[in-house]
Write a protein that binds this ligand. Sequence first.
Ligand SMILES: NC(=O)C[C@H](N)C(=O)O
Length: 327
Amino acid sequence: MKKQILLIHTGGTISMQQNEEGSVVPQSTNPLHSENAAIQDLAAYTIEEPFHLPSPHITPKDMLLLKQVILEQVEKTRIDGIVITHGTDTLEETAYFLDLSLSLDIPIVLTGAMRSSNEIGSDGLYNLRSSIKVASSNGARGKGVLVVMNDEIHTAKNVTKTHTSNVSTFQSPQYGPIGIVAKKGSIFHHSPLEREYFPVSSITKKVALLKSYAGMESNMLEILPTVGFDGVVIEALGQGNMPLDAFEGVKLLLRANFPVVVVSRCFNGSAEDIYGYAGGGKQLKDEGAIFATGLNGQKARIKLLAALESTTDLHVLRNWFEKDSDH
Ligand SMILES: NC(=O)C[C@H](N)C(=O)O
């Protein structure tokens, strides 16, 4: 019997075409619909298209809508796997949001394309077929939300977009992919150790993401609560350190119980409380900053958004963010 795949289209380059001027633009009818014949051999489908957006337009509320579409379909009918087509710019954020907010064991795979549907070497249909193969496989069960692009299988937690145009843009720094898509199907060589679940049913908070830089000013931070933010993720320098003036802003926020989550602006490695000088990671942590183990800035922001729906208690938040580290 064919596997039953819930195929959800949301837009992105995989659903776009290049026009005569060379611009890549959305189409009134998603070109993926005319590819249905090219995927019929792999599975049977329920197709949903809750919105059709370039992924820079996608908001956490759209991510929540996707979660609801998935839950409705899973309750209604037998679904063996889920494939979501999505623009690549914010794909990792949607993938991680769904990873945190769904506790399903069936495979959930996000995919996209770096070249639109009518460009030479378009990777969309190929990635779609690969994703359907992975979502139909038993090996993908219980591994959380996955991202399949360019013959690689990545976890939502670790994957990130690393190149503006290359088809091998998605990578998992430090960890690598957990499997590959071979000619005959998917092969997993790793499994995530644990999964986290936040029962998000609304998005009511605002979380900022700031990148630190040499000479960063404190007022960048001080202004946040006054303009309606509920928390901030800071991509700190190197091992997890802040410029002196900005450190003063962090202290003011923390003393007002405003959640400050620290990651590194480095592409690889984790932020840690190593340096003891003013603004260093040790002092940040002593002041109450929360270190997000192993997450990049955009993922830490999604996690803080999800977590703040359940609690604003800094101790609870710290446990949720730092439990992955052993010290
Ligand atoms: N390759 C892509 O999908 C990029 C596009 N700008 C998007 O995210 O919608």
